[in-house]
Design a protein around this ligand. Structure first.
Ligand code: NDP
Length: 444
């Protein structure tokens, strides 16, 4: 049996109840086959794949807090420190009722390769809780964040592990967590990223994932002799990634006609009004029905459906497994040219394969949404030198990083005779650096 199959079997047996983690490992290892085969003896002897698929450590803890009625609530907190071969653990904190250890592990595993692709010295980790910030008062969110950080602060630090935002964790939550860390540890350090601008945050971090997604999409189009100008784009999600993806796409001359949230979706043939979307989702934290109510050209639909709208480019920016095989078929039938993932693993394995087999240029999240973590690493650099760079400086660095990622993954795919397979290219380019660092550091 090949080394890849042997490890896949072992990972499946050990993590049978974690489907998202298995899905992520399978996608990565399958596309690494040619690299592994070329080094099979060495990697097997070093148990490299066993080590790379096993987190350095997993933390799971109780998070008790008191709600506005005086009732004690209990949530579960997680931090998976997956791999620190190339730098301190780095990755977001997800606050969503669906969070469990398998989801955090899949995100942490993906983060290892993503962070490697940025070219910056950051390892991979991820964390979060099954706490749902929706419908909670600011005081309740603060109570939860303080309790969460009271435990987490024992395991993180500016040179150890630097968490950031993710679904459900925005500037408000990061602020409460930073305040608690500072209070307990008695030190002011860049232990979290995505901080507010008055206390060590970086300009352009809020925009970074969405903007970065568009910088890599633009480069992809350019390298295929196309531009963003005049293209019709469909986006899912209406959170941090989606909002700034829509904004940058429009700045590039494209028309974005959809967005969605966890209850429904908007079709706005005149183009999404970003200012209104921000008002509804960022300021009021309301549903998309409010967007439709305020905008004549917009239709609101319950459930899911953005992928049925005819487009040139599709950008899934909400959550994992939101673009399924039937959606992929619809996109192909509608003549979609490119799918670039803003979210983590939004496209299922069979949908990805269908898109690739039918000539759609497909860039996976670990490459195309790496702009967020890359800018977080730039925030860490600014914190270390106690300086703040201008928006233009950070944005220019972000753009360069995204263009470099495109060419690195394109080159990696070509080196292994898989031209145009950006999933394989991303996994190979991300893996090579981590593997080399792990081998150089001995058995650990
Ligand atoms: P937000 O919480 O800001 O937004 C998430 C959006 O997706 C919301 O519109 C939310 O709807 C919707 N959503 C969440 N869960 C579901 C679900 N189960 N079904 C349907 N819709 C859902 O998160 P982000 O924008 O930060 O993150 C989006 C994705 O991008 C995630 O996969 C995240 O891991 C990834 N990512 C984020 C980065 C960042 O810098 N923020 C960096 C790299 C990746 P509702 O408004 O109803 O909650």
């Amino acid at each position: 049996m090949s080394y890849v199959d042997e490890v896949l079997e072992r990972v499946k047996a050990k993590n049978a109840s974690e489907p998202e983690f298995l899905q992520a490992v399978e996608e990565v290892l399958e596309s690494l086959r040619p690299v592994i085969e070329a080094n099979e003896e060495k990697y097997r002897k070093e148990a490299l794949l066993e080590r790379i698929t096993e987190p350095d450590r997993q933390l799971k803890f109780r998070v008790p807090w008191v709600d506005d009625k005086g009732q004690v609530q209990v949530n579960t907190g997680y931090r998976v420190q997956f791999n620190n071969s190339i730098g301190p653990y780095k990755g977001g904190l997800r606050l969503h009722p669906s969070v469990n250890i398998g989801i955090i592990k899949f995100l942490g595993f993906e983060q290892v390769f993503k962070n490697s692709l940025t070219g910056l010295p950051i390892g991979g980790g991820k964390g979060g809780s099954d706490f749902d910030p929706k419908g909670k008062s600011d005081r309740e969110v603060m109570a939860f964040c303080q309790s969460f950080m009271t435990e987490l602060c024992k395991y993180i630090g500016a040179d150890v592990d630097v968490p950031a935002g993710d679904i459900g964790t925005g500037a408000r939550e990061i602020g409460y967590m930073f305040g608690q860390y500072k209070r307990i540890r008695g030190m002011y350090e860049g232990v979290l990223t995505g901080k507010g601008l008055t206390y060590g945050g970086s300009l352009a971090r809020t925009e970074a994932t969405g903007y970065g997604l568009l910088y890599i999409t633009e480069e992809l189009m350019k390298c295929h002799g196309e531009s963003m100008e005049g293209k019709t784009v469909v986006v899912s999600g209406a959170g941090n990634v989606a909002i700034y993806a829509i904004q940058k796409a429009q700045q590039m001359g494209a028309k974005v006609v959809t967005c969605s949230d966890s209850t429904g979706w908007i079709y706005d043939p005149e183009g999404i009004d970003v200012a209104l979307l921000k008002e509804v989702k960022e300021v009021k934290r309301a549903r998309l029905t409010e967007y439709a109510a305020a905008r004549k050209s917009a239709e609101y639909h319950e459930g899911r459906g953005v992928w049925q709208i005819k487009c040139d480019i599709a950008l899934p920016c909400a959550t994992q497994n939101e673009l399924l095989i039937d959606d992929a078929k619809q996109l192909v039938a509608n003549g979609c040219k490119a799918v670039c993932e803003g979210a983590n693993m939004p496209t299922t394995l069979d949908a990805t394969k269908y898109l690739q087999d039918n000539g759609v240029w497909f860039i996976c999240g670990k490459a195309s949404n790496a702009g967020g973590v890359a800018t977080s690493a730039l925030e860490m650099s600014q914190n270390s030198e106690r300086l703040s760079w201008t928006f233009e400086e950070v944005d220019a660095k972000l753009k360069q990083i995204m263009v470099n990622i495109y060419h690195n993954i394109d080159d990696a795919a070509k080196r292994y005779n898989m031209e145009g397979n950006y999933v394989a290219g991303a996994n190979i380019a991300g893996f090579e650096k981590v593997a080399e660092a792990m081998l150089a550091q001995g058995v650990c």
